[in-house]
Design a protein around this ligand. Structure first.
Ligand code: NAI
Ligand code: 15L
Length: 266
């Protein structure tokens, strides 16, 4: 698959930096956007449009002329509600409204495992389970998935919501042995999410081929996503770390420490 102009929000972030390189083969032009500064030289295939996702007019202008959107922008950790509200909740609304106004037919939404973070690590779940967000951040991603659902039912805009586990160069701890998603597998999953026909609103878990996976992707089989990497190659390194207490949320819940953050303020 291939599109003319692909919008990447959150392009200056951890995953944005990686995908900015890896998504090049799939578009003539990558429109890179972030509220923060973009690193490095701007390539011939790239255009940079700084934007605050909380600014509706700015997002409308950002989306104009794009053929598909990979929406990574926003607050990516647990924070007070008011911050999440602006960047993630208003932000995702602005992205879909702009997509509707400018005829964009496909969105890939960076959802998160924190939408289901309060499931326990001994439970195996699929995309149809009741959501159990583990904080305001997880709630905002849950709202984003509902937004995707609504814009498909009402306007036919198709979305793949990827409930990303932990996408980093390596799994950093024991929990991430289950949740790790390699950059290679992330890229493949985004490619499938952009170009598989008739996805409606599909929810898929973003994890590599790890041992003892908590997540069952059978509802997303039409994407044909087959992860190539596994956290297993890092097991010795990760298990050299001191053990985690049985009472630590990192050992109990799929969302790990996010389940125990807050309250904020008084
Ligand atoms: P990140 O925090 O490094 O990148 C997010 C980017 O969004 C940042 O560059 C930030 O400047 C930008 N941003 C924040 N508020 C903004 C606003 N109001 N307007 C415009 N841009 C704004 O996060 P990362 O790790 O790159 O994640 C990318 C996406 O994937 C996020 O939506 C995150 O929630 C999601 N995700 C990532 C996971 C991971 O393991 N890396 C796991 C699950 C979800
Ligand atoms: C996320 O949603 C975060 O964006 C990322 O920074 C990690 O904390 C990841 O989840 C995780 O659960 O490991």
């Amino acid at each position: 698959g291939h599109v003319q102009r692909l919008l990447l929000t959150g392009a200056a972030g951890g995953l944005g930096k990686v995908l900015r390189e890896r998504l090049k083969p799939y578009a003539d032009v990558l429109r890179l956007s972030d509220i923060g500064a973009m690193q490095g030289a701007i390539g011939p295939q790239e255009e940079v449009v700084p934007c605050d996702l909380a600014d509706k007019q700015a997002v409308d202008a950002l989306v104009e002329g794009c053929d598909a959107i990979v929406h990574l922008g926003g607050v990516s950790v647990e924070r007070p509600f008011e911050e999440i509200l602006e960047a993630n909740i208003r932000g995702v609304f602005h992205v879909y409204e702009a997509a509707r106004r400018h005829g964009v037919q496909r969105v890939v939404f960076a959802s998160s495992n924190h939408v289901i973070g309060f499931y326990r690590q001994d439970e195996r779940i699929d995309a149809n389970v009741r959501r159990r967000p583990d904080g305001y951040y997880g709630l905002s991603k849950s709202f984003g998935e509902d937004m995707a659902n609504f814009y498909f039912d009402r306007y036919g805009i198709e979305t793949v919501s990827i409930r990303i586990g932990s996408s980093f160069p390596e799994p950093a701890n024991r929990r991430m042995m289950h949740t790790w998603l390699s950059y290679r597998d992330l890229t493949t999953l985004i490619e499938k999410s952009l170009f598989t026909p008739h996805v409606g609103h599909t929810i898929v878990y973003g994890a590599s081929d790890n041992e003892g996976l908590w997540w069952d992707n059978s509802q997303a089989a039409h994407l044909g996503f087959v992860p190539q990497d596994t956290s297993e190659v890092f097991r010795d390194k990760v298990e050299a770390q001191p053990p985690v207490a049985a009472t630590d949320p990192n050992a109990i819940y799929q969302g790990g420490a996010f389940t125990a953050q807050g309250p904020f303020g008084d």
